[in-house]
Design a protein around this ligand. Structure first.
Ligand code: B12
Ligand code: SF4
Ligand code: SF4
Length: 302
């Protein structure tokens, strides 16, 4: 990727601003962010972009909150460079973004009560392909500018595992979003950003020094109405699998629901779905709920 001298100068003057604009303009302009077979419908609204200090102590805390194999940004970048963590530069940053799912796609799920709409399902599939394009674009840009950079979820060291609590990974993108101050977790387990819970997220670790965004949430759950004592139960009622209760989210039930209910891949293809939905959660708890497209706690705490 070759930058004009003017673009290079504006990156060097204000790298954080430049990166944010790059993520936003790539999302708006990329054909991969549109569903070509749906008249080019945009899957995402304008992304939210924030930064975390790669050595923020919260990343080490995730080793006890999630699992000891959960990587810190320093470990992830070192793995990608085939080096030891202490061989990495002194300052590292994480660029974290939220891709809010666009209104038409969210609304297409309102009439659904058993399985996700085709639009939602396509967004899970093609929207994640776009997210990968964005990750690769940023890595290419940063390495082209002479910095180290990696998108941990695209690396061979990215691993999923399943234990008695269900599936998890060694690089949780929501926990990274939490570290960057994008929002909090919730009763349904989803991450509620300022643009709500109906979103996908991503990130890149880099040696480019960026100013860490403040983390202002009062607790890891303070964007969720249930934990603010309002008795919100919308996601409990929305879940067709009975996977959400006042005790939280049962990941195993959630994952099993799709396995039990979508039928064969051939049948799905006949129905116009071109992906294997049995691998993923249905996502109905992300729409037709008060946290769908905004932070519902904002009004209460304002
Ligand atoms: C495994 C996985 C699943 C599994 C398990 C989900 C899970 N909760 O872990 C299954 C198959 C069930 C699943 C389903 C879905 N998924 Co999924 N999935 C992932 C994946 C690949 C890894 C998640 C992971 O590693 N979790 C680690 C575990 C430990 O996290 P956890 O249990 O949620 O963590 C809890 C504790 O840490 C706790 N906690 C306790 N104490 C403390 C203290 C502190 C300080 C903190 C911060 C937290 C904390 O808070 C958390 C919430 O309860 C990620 C992609 C990625 N690499 O991150 C996508 C991801 C989480 N999925 C995503 C999506 C969109 C979905 C679905 C909506 C499917 C869909 N297509 O529409 C459903 C939603 C289900 C739900 N109600 O959450 C999005 C998140 C969107 C969001 N708003 O949160 C992600 C990030 C993909 C992406 N790149 O955008 N998924
Ligand atoms: S629907 Fe209500 S209880 Fe469920 S996650 Fe959203 S705000 Fe929390
Ligand atoms: S993804 Fe579907 S099954 Fe899983 S918790 Fe949400 S509504 Fe329930």
């Amino acid at each position: 990727m070759v930058l004009s001298p003017q673009a290079k100068a504006s990156f060097q003057a204000e790298p954080a601003h430049y990166i944010e604009q790059e993520i936003k303009s790539f999302t708006t302009a990329s054909p991969a962010c549109r569903l070509s077979f749906m008249n080019g419908l945009m899957m995402y609204d304008e992304p939210l972009v924030r930064f975390a200090d790669g050595d923020d102590p919260i990343f080490s805390e995730f080793k006890s909150i999630i699992a000891s194999n959960h990587l810190t940004p320093r470990e992830a970048l070192a793995e990608a460079c085939n080096k030891r963590p202490e061989e990495m530069p002194a300052r590292l940053s994480v660029i974290s973004w939220i891709l809010p799912i666009s209104e038409k796609i969210r609304r297409s799920n309102y009439v659904e009560s058993r399985l996700p709409s085709r639009l939602w399902s396509h967004t899970r599939w093609y929207g994640e392909i776009f997210n990968d394009n964005l990750r690769m674009r940023l890595v290419e840009f940063l390495t082209g500018m002479g910095y180290l950079a990696t998108a941990p979820v695209l690396q061979p060291f990215f691993k999923m595992r399943t234990d008695e609590n269900g599936p998890s990974s060694n690089w949780s993108e929501r926990h990274v979003a939490y570290a960057a101050g994008h929002g909090t977790f919730s009763l349904s387990d989803g991450f509620i950003s300022e643009r709500g819970i109906a979103q996908r997220c991503g990130n890149v670790v880099t040696s480019l020094e960026l100013p860490a965004s403040p983390r202002t949430a009062r607790s890891p759950y303070s964007n969720c109405l249930f934990y603010l004592g309002t008795n919100c139960r919308a996601c409990i009622e929305r879940c067709p699998a009975g996977a959400i209760t006042e005790k939280g989210h049962d990941k195993k039930k959630c994952q099993q629901y799709m396995r039990d209910n979508v039928g064969s891949l051939d049948a799905l293809k006949r129905d116009g779905y071109d992906n294997d939905r049995s691998l993923i959660g249905c996502g109905l708890c992300q729409t037709k709920v008060p946290c769908e497209y905004r932070n519902p706690a904002q009004k209460l705490t304002a």
